[in-house]
Ligand binder design. Structure first.
Ligand code: ZN
Length: 233
């Protein structure tokens, strides 16, 4: 059991995590979730990214195995959030942004572990990050460590939940991608991944596609600017 399952959403962070896993593990599979995102462009971005990786990185293509997309649209039925409904992005009760789908990462990681069990994969890799913490409590390091213990107890396994981005910011995430796959990987992630909460693929900026105004675009734009100018974020 030395393979990895990477949670791939179609955004910058998970794309970088996939490249990270491909440099470390000989067998890498990917998992994505259809949870009733109000835009489909995120799921389309992950297919383009996988295609680009296979075409441009032959050594990684040999390690890259099956892609799994699970239907979790039931999440949209139990949560009213700006990611699954047409409404403005704002702060909700308790200061949490209304893009927060309660327990989403816990659910994703639990389903990922169930699949990893079936596929005999030890490492579960996700792009959760506490540094540019958007207020999502299920992205915190303590949450992930607690979940690793829970999953291992509950499934009688020795899964390792890898979080390579936990303590780095968005500019450092671009630098990590550059270190893993050079400018070709930076360009693939810039042009093919989508972080925008609105799923805007019409507007192209220096940092990639997006509406340019939502919090995710703002974070991505500032990170990319700090990366290209080599300044602290
Ligand atoms: Zn946006």
């Amino acid at each position: 059991m030395s393979g990895a399952l990477v949670l791939l959403s179609g955004g910058q962070d998970s794309a970088t995590c996939l490249a990270w896993a491909l440099t470390r593990y000989s067998q890498v599979e990917t998992i994505g979730f259809d949870y009733g995102q109000r835009h489909r462009s995120e799921l389309e971005a992950r297919s383009r990214l996988l295609g680009g990786l296979r075409a441009k990185f032959p050594a990684w293509a040999e390690r890259l195995g099956a892609d799994h997309v699970l239907d979790l649209r039931i999440l949209g039925q139990i949560s009213e959030t700006a990611l699954t409904r047409e409404c403005d992005i704002a702060s909700g009760p308790g200061g949490l942004p209304n893009t927060f789908v309660p327990g989403r990462n816990l659910i994703f990681l639990t389903f990922a572990a169930a699949l990893a069990f079936r596929r005999n994969l030890k490492h579960i890799v996700s792009g959760v990050c506490e540094t540019d913490y958007s207020g999502y409590p299920d992205c915190r390091d303590d949450t992930i460590k607690a979940l690793q213990v829970t999953l291992n107890l509950g499934m009688e396994q020795r899964f390792v939940l890898d979080t390579p981005l936990m303590w780095i910011d968005k500019a450092q995430t671009w630098r990590l991608a550059e270190g893993l796959g050079g400018s070709a990987l930076v360009e693939l992630i810039r042009s093919e991944t989508l972080s925008c909460y609105l799923g805007d693929t019409e507007h192209m900026h220096a940092w990639g596609h997006g509406c340019g105004t939502c919090p995710a675009c703002d974070l991505r734009a500032r990170g990319y600017a700090a990366f290209v100018t080599k300044t602290p974020q």
